[in-house]
Write a protein that binds this ligand. Sequence first.
Ligand code: 13P
Ligand code: SF4
Length: 304
Amino acid sequence: MIRDIQDRILQLKKEKDFCILAHSYQAREIVEIADVVGDSFQLSVEASKAPQKNMLMCGVHFMAETVKMLSPEKNVVLANPQAGCPMAEQMEPEMIEYFKKNNPGYTVVCYINTTAALKTVCDVCVTSSVAVKVVERIPSDKILFIPDCNLGDYVAKQVPGKEIRLLQGGCPIHAAVNPDEVKTAKMQHPEAEVLVHPECRPSVVELADYVGSTSGIMEYAKKSDRKEFIIGTEISIAEHLSYMLPDKRFYPLSKKLLCPNMKYTTLMDVLFALEGKGGLTIEMDEETIVKARRCIDEMIRLGK
Ligand code: 13P
Ligand code: SF4
């Protein structure tokens, strides 16, 4: 049954010239039919190079907006219109404009998990995989990093020469994990290395053997000589790694690491979107695209 739907999707995407993009937190059956699978940075870069006229994003709303900004001439569809990242909507552009007015000289760095409207008032965007490199390369020493204070704290520790101010924001899924869960997981799996995403709390990050983006975690697990890993990011990564590396064992750090928004998208949503019966077509005005894109272009330039 699932196989039949997947076959129908593969046929339709070819007929209708669609490129299917899937964030690595998507379910297994979606990852299997995608043209591109990756972290936020890989998806935005690969989407701009893809030859297809139509892009179908299996992920959350800000990811589809990012694809639209980088390829405004393309038809960009979000497979499930309900899928949004709660962190992306935590701050309003007016807050940042107020900060800038009262704190001249600061470069505002926003995580890619933000709305296009918020990006229009920021200077540089980052994903978790390039955040440290980009912040190091920004000429200014005074930075406001939004919205994720956990990722911001991690970056600030890696770039101690800069003054990095943070606001209260973050991913409710990663921030829910606590250090006791790391200690318990380590006791249960004493041979395992702990790999965590920098969206986790500093007290969790401190206990990790490796800290990185979703693709960084996957790459580390592939290259490591160790056979067991505790995975401190969304639960799908442990599952995907188990398929990719069947001679190694992967244990999710916590049951709380399940992002409901990332799991809203089903195979049927993908099928309906390709059939023109579902999905959300991303519409953005030109001014928003031009202003918001500046910080994405800066990320790509500084992150190379
Ligand atoms: P990355 O894919 O950049 O690691 O981000 C994780 C995330 O939470 C995406 O929503
Ligand atoms: Fe947003 Fe966190 Fe879900 Fe990623 S895992 S989409 S940051 S809520």
